[in-house]
Design a protein around this ligand. Structure first.
Ligand SMILES: C[S@@+](CC[C@H](N)C(=O)[O-])C[C@H]1O[C@@H](n2cnc3c(N)ncnc32)[C@H](O)[C@@H]1O
Length: 376
């Protein structure tokens, strides 16, 4: 059943913004999912927007745009809570754009509001030289078709925040689509969530390189049904060459653990299946992270979880995977982490997976720790 335009709007409040969007309760009573809303709004993505506000506030951006703005809640919040002076909102759904205009008036926020395809709008911004310091990319599903035009619309020295909800391909559940959309060879492995984030960043780095741009991830995380990366964007063909050489690479999935090969060329396999090219360098910059002033306790707890993982190897291992190989009961994850630290290894939990451990200990060393803990 097609949603009808007679679905009423409702007034919502999120952060400092009051705004109208589709009445989700009414939609639910009609048996329709929120994805069918004539004007899209997903309250479950509030944390995503809270993190965005925290990040944009920290960089002191004077200009920002959401070219897939739906109700306009994100650009409104950037204006009201992150103090951005020049805000632009666009959507290809002109009904949504009508609602954005209403919402901008309601909040007394001046915004550039357009109804266009996001790629055309980004290209237009770039060609007219009105690039923004912060650009948000928040599509339905994959950001891959939009990155090229969006990167052109970011000011050099600016940031792009990318959300991807097409996690099945990124996580290697659909390997063909992972290759088709992101140019990455892979299939689902136990640390699939971090693999997916690294596949997305690798894709962005290669798209940026075609434009003589260089991206660097400053903050990356995964939550519920999506992954999110904030990338700094700069000019520099020569830096871009170096980044591709030093930050991209391949993971070899071997029986005794993951081996990492830096560089874009396909390496010679030594012990297992090769997957890549993925981003092997840090996916979060600790200095940047420390500069972010969290908007609320939930953002603070996410940021501190991410901070504890920085410095670990590119992929976590999973305690359930280790224990099922060893056929032993599962010890407490914090005991495994303390034992590894006592032995002098880097060890931390990961916000991506309750049973994930980031450690530079080899699989054999982790297995020994697990055996000792389960024998006692
Ligand atoms: C996931 S929603 C964005 C949500 C919004 N950023 C927020 O934080 O609430 C995706 C939006 O993109 C719009 N959209 C989809 N394809 C588009 C395109 N090619 N150009 C512009 N907007 C598009 C949809 O109409 C929808 O409003």
């Amino acid at each position: 059943m097609e949603p009808s335009l007679s679905i009423p709007l409702r007034l919502y409040r999120e952060g400092s913004a009051s705004f109208y969007s589709t009445d989700l309760e009414h939609l639910r009573k009609m048996g329709l999912s929120y994805t069918k809303a004539p004007v899209f709004y997903n309250p479950r993505m509030k944390l995503n927007r809270d993190v965005t506000v925290s990040v944009v506030r920290s960089i002191g951006a004077e200009s920002a745009a959401d070219l897939m703005a739906a109700s306009g809640v994100r650009p409104l919040r950037l204006a009201l809570e992150a103090g951005v002076n020049e805000v632009a909102a666009n959507d290809s759904n002109c009904l949504a754009v009508h609602v954005i205009r209403m919402n901008a008036r309601l909040n007394g926020v001046r915004m550039r509001i357009t109804c266009s395809d996001a790629r055309l709008e980004a290209e237009r911004m770039a060609s007219e030289g009105i690039r923004v310091r912060y650009l948000d990319l928040d599509p339905f599903g994959s950001p891959a078709p939009f990155l090229d035009s969006f990167l052109r619309a970011v000011k050099r020295g600016g940031l792009i925040g990318v959300t991807a909800t097409d996690t099945p391909p990124l996580f290697g559940i659909y390997p063909e689509k992972l290759f088709r959309y992101y140019g990455v060879v892979g299939r689902k492995i136990p640390p699939h969530k971090e693999f997916g984030i690294r596949a997305l960043i690798s894709f962005a780095a290669r798209i940026a390189a075609r434009l003589d741009l260089v991206i660097r991830p400053v903050l990356s995380y995964g939550r519920e049904h999506y992954v999110r990366v904030f990338l700094s964007v700069d000019r520099g063909p020569s830096i871009s060459n170096r980044v591709l050489r030093e930050s991209l690479g391949w993971v070899e999935v071997c029986d005794d653990g993951y081996k990492f090969h830096t560089g874009v060329e396909i390496p010679r396999a030594e012990c297992g299946e090769l997957m890549g090219p993925i981003w092997l360098d840090q996916i979060t910059d600790l200095t940047f992270l420390n500069s972010v002033n969290p908007l609320n306790a939930e953002v603070e707890s996410l940021i501190s979880a991410i901070a504890s993982e920085v410095g670990g190897p590119p992929l976590y291992i999973r305690l359930d995977d280790i224990c099922s190989r060893l056929r032993v009961r599962m010890p407490k994850i914090r005991e495994v982490i303390s034992s590894l630290r006592e032995k002098g290894y880097f060890a931390s939990r990961t916000h991506l997976e309750p049973l994930g451990i980031k450690t530079n200990a080899s699989r054999a060393e982790v297995e020994e720790v697990v055996r000792n803990l389960t024998a006692s």
